[in-house]
Design a protein around this ligand. Structure first.
Ligand code: PMP
Length: 402
């Protein structure tokens, strides 16, 4: 074995120990067959998928599937290069126009994934002499984007606008060269940024604001544009990043801005220049899904009805949940990291797949079961999810004191 691989042995030993104790392996889940937007065969058993981020359930939308198949036939399986080297396809440009129109913004850039969008924008928009002031609970792609760039990085306490203000105050003249970064809906606990307060603070100090709407696109706002739309502050947000891999059921990422000069960043962003552009099939299904997202509220309403049904049912069982009703519903487990895989495995054996999140990926160092709901879940499926949780609730309800 290469000497370099030695450092991973303790990690593998921990994984084996957790699997041996729990009798279940959350680290190697194989989806043997996808049955529908909400069901799959896992471990030979048909399960309800309740952790997929398929918020609007569009992965099997017939029109999206058809557009994707037609694009493969017409333009091939891949672009085999970056847009800077090989050129953009018409469909890349059409999707950028559609995103710019959707947000009523003058500029939009499409990336190969949402992770790459954050990497590109954060590492390039800010540089030496600039500051990134980010919410401590931001996604790994935001953390990694800050590492790729040269800006000073400062974190503020999660969802704490007063803490953000104190940090901006301390930055003095540098506050104007600061990019504040938050998310619409946070991916682990499903809570939202206090965006109106954050906007007020950043305006007072002349800072810029980027919001990652990965989990709020299609979920919040009358037109599904996210938290900034829901709270009526879109004209105060400088940059919005997001992904095609959740509500749009595809793969890819984007950034839109109220500043047309966003366009000039293309020539400087390594994560845009040095990676292959999205395949025609992905762009084609994304364009259709965006049109559907924008064409009505039926799916969004269904998604929220499902979120309320699950959140309320779990809350009635006395489980400790994230602070707000949301399509991302996290259950804090009052068990050790050693016991958590067993709890997760029990749910799976009852036909329910959710995400198990272990430290250090969790915000407060505990273990979480994370559900994400879809408009495609039926009320009966939500009842089955609730019944499975009810079967194990004694194990996962917090201890009552007194
Ligand atoms: N931002 C956030 C907040 C996310 O949760 C994710 C994905 N989990 C991403 C960005 C990255 O998106 P993608 O899957 O398109 O890389």
């Amino acid at each position: 074995m290469s000497e370099l691989l030695n450092k991973f042995l303790p990690l593998e030993a921990k994984r084996s120990e957790l699997v041996a104790i729990g009798g279940a392996d959350p680290f190697h889940v194989v989806v043997e067959r996808v049955v529908s937007a909400t069901e799959a065969i896992v471990n030979g058993q048909q399960v309800i998928m309740a952790g997929t981020n398929n918020y609007l359930g569009l992965t099997f939308d017939p029109e999206s599937v058809e557009a994707s198949c037609a694009a493969v036939r017409d333009e091939g399986t891949g672009t085999t290069g970056s847009r800077m080297a090989n050129g953009s396809y018409g469909a890349h440009l059409a999707l950028e126009r559609a995103l710019a129109d959707f947000y009523a913004c003058p500029a939009a850039i499409v990336f190969s994934t949402g992770y790459i969008a954050n990497l590109g924008i954060l590492s390039t928009l800010t540089g030496s002499g600039d500051v990134i002031l980010m919410d401590a609970d931001c996604h790994a792609s935001i953390y990694d984007g800050t590492r790729l760039g040269a800006a000073q990085v400062v974190r503020f306490r999660h969802n704490d606008a007063a803490n953000l203000e104190r940090r901006l105050q301390r930055l003095e003249d540098k506050a104007k060269r600061t990019l504040v970064v938050v998310e619409g809906i946070y991916s682990m606990l499903g809570d939202r940024a206090p965006l109106q307060e954050i906007v007020e603070v950043k305006n007072r100090y002349g800072a810029s604001l980027l919001i990652d709407e990965a989990h709020s696109l299609g979920v919040l706002g009358d037109h599904g544009r996210g938290l900034a739309e829901e709270l009526g502050v879109e004209d105060q947000v400088d940059f919005i990043t997001g992904t095609f891999s959740k509500s749009l059921g595809s793969i890819g990422g984007y950034c839109v801005s109220r500043w047309a000069e966003l366009e000039f960043m293309r020539y400087a962003m390594r994560p845009y220049i040095f990676t292959a552009s999205s395949s025609p099939s992905l762009i084609a299904s994304t364009r259709i899904a965006l049109k559907k997202l924008n064409s009505g509220t039926v799916l969004r309403k269904q998604l929220w009805a499902n979120a309320h049904q699950l959140y309320q049912g779990l809350a009635e069982m006395g489980l400790e949940l994230g602070p707000q009703v949301s399509p991302v519903i996290a259950i804090r487990l009052p068990v050790s990291m050693e016991e958590a895989p067993g709890v997760w495995g029990e749910l799976l054996s009852k036909g329910i797949y959710v995400n198990l999140v272990l430290p250090p990926a969790t915000p407060d160092g505990g273990c979480l079961l994370r559900c994400s709901l879809s408009a495609a879940h039926s009320p009966e499926q939500i009842d089955r999810i609730l019944a499975a949780f009810s079967d194990i609730k004694e194990k996962i309800a917090p201890e009552k004191s007194g």
